[in-house]
Design a protein around this ligand. Structure first.
Ligand SMILES: *Cc1c(COP(=O)(O)O)cnc(C)c1O
Length: 417
């Protein structure tokens, strides 16, 4: 381990919680260099919805590499990109009656968010943005400016300006009617609110602690944006690609955002890839106005195409995700029932689930206890108070039972001690 501690920057983080050297991985399991196996309920922070190295993707990827298919291609037309685009239209957009132009912004979620914010400002000619309390949108300056976490914002080293936070759904525990504040300050010429170009929102806040927005809230936000001429950006980087059930997390609300950001699990294989989906009338970019060397990660296009063909041509995965999500919710409720002395509650939607602990450091202690039992889990929320389950959607029922058993045991140990 010394090479990491000696040479790698202090900025490293996940590895501090899981101080072993991983070597191989398959499905929902990782193996370290000593041959120990770990169950993965972390799922690459949402980048591994289909597990590690799935054979249905590995095979076409290896074939593509073997025949010297283009690896790097900037934004050149390639057969791999063409196949991805037509498959995405056929399998995802058309059946949902969605019309979006597709931008490849560079291969990270933050890059997709930066593009979305730039485009919204260009379209509207306004610079102000609305974000929501406890949002997470990435670590570059524009994305940080709409991110809530004060530690992460502090890393910017400069003032993060031009965004105004509004309360996310249920911020006041249901004590304040929705949008009372947002709509009031929008209408009040004395409020000092700068006219916003766009709102950026997650339908379920991942890093923010698995806070789901209600369907009515999302519909209300869409309606408010339409009435006030504000662009609506849904950041589906973590909750998209089936994490909450449907391919797009906003489908349950029947709304159409103006701009959508997608990344994490879009390649299906953990390869870097990102998309910005833009309503055609808003595709107002000039050629090269947003650029990047790695916009054409062609091996990722290949695995993304096969991901769509394998998992998204019917609703099997969506139904399974909802079913497994309920199973997790039930297990979490049982854990809460069995440990009545400590206040806890469940959060999330689909296979993005969490338990919030009302006691300092408890969620982190449970996660580290779980790691002793060789289960990977992370924490979320402004004070890391939420134990976060983001297991691959392909995790089997047996694996789920095994991991949920470890969580129950870990909670019991931590709270009992
Ligand atoms: C992870 C994440 C991002 C940032 O993606 P990176 O690839 O880490 O830059 C943006 N938005 C949301 C909602 C995310 O979960």
């Amino acid at each position: 381990m010394t090479v990491f501690e000696d040479l790698e920057s202090q900025v490293r983080s996940y590895c501090r919680n899981w101080p072993v050297v991983f070597d191989t991985a398959k499905g929902s399991r990782l193996t370290d260099v000593d041959g120990n196996q770990y169950l993965d309920f972390f799922g690459g922070a949402g980048a591994l919805n289909y597990g590690h190295n799935p054979d249905v993707l590995k095979k076409p990827l290896i074939e593509y590499l073997t025949r010297d298919g283009i690896t790097h291609g900037l934004d050149m037309y390639t057969s791999a990109k063409g196949e991805f685009l037509s498959t995405f239209e056929e399998v995802i957009l058309k059946p949902r009656d969605l019309q979006y132009k597709v931008q490849f912004p560079g291969p990270t979620g933050a890059n997709a968010v930066e593009s979305a914010l730039k485009l919204a400002r260009k379209i509207s000619g306004k610079e102000a943005l609305i974000n929501f309390t406890n949002a997470f949108h990435g670590m570059t300056l524009g994305a940080l400016s709409v991110t809530g976490n004060s530690m992460k914002r502090g890393g910017a080293g400069i003032p993060l300006v031009h965004s105004t936070p509004m309360p996310f759904d249920n911020y006041f525990d249901g004590k304040m009617p929705d949008f009372l504040w947002f709509e009031k300050v929008l209408d009040d010429t004395g409020s000092s609110l700068n006219e916003p170009a766009a709102v950026i929102v997650e339908t379920v806040q991942g890093e923010g602690g698995l806070n789901p927005a209600r369907i009515e809230w999302l519909q209300g936000l869409r309606d408010l944006c339409t009435r006030k001429g504000i662009l609506m950006i849904v950041d589906d980087v973590q909750m998209g690609c089936g994490r909450t059930g449907p391919f797009f997390s906003f489908e349950i609300a029947g709304i159409q955002p103006d701009i959508v950001t997608i990344s994490k699990s879009i390649s299906g294989y953990g390869l870097p890839m990102a998309l910005v989906l833009i309503k055609p009338e808003y595709d107002q970019w000039g050629p090269g106005e947003h650029n990047g060397t790695f916009r054409g990660n062609n091996p990722a296009f290949v695995t993304a195409t096969h991901t769509l063909r394998n998992w998204w041509t019917d609703d099997t995965l969506e139904k399974e995700t909802l079913r497994k999500g309920e199973k997790v919710e039930e297990a979490f409720n049982k854990i809460i029932g069995d440990n009545q002395g400590t206040e806890m509650f469940t959060k999330g939607r689909g296979m993005a689930r969490g338990i919030q602990f009302e006691g300092e450091g408890l969620a982190e202690k449970v996660a580290s206890k779980a790691f002793e039992h060789r289960l990977l889990l992370e924490t979320a929320g402004p004070n890391d108070e939420v134990l976060k389950l983001l297991a691959p959607l392909t995790t089997t029922d047996d694996e789920l039972d095994e991991g949920l058993g470890i969580i129950a045991e870990s909670v019991r140990t931590v709270i009992g001690s």
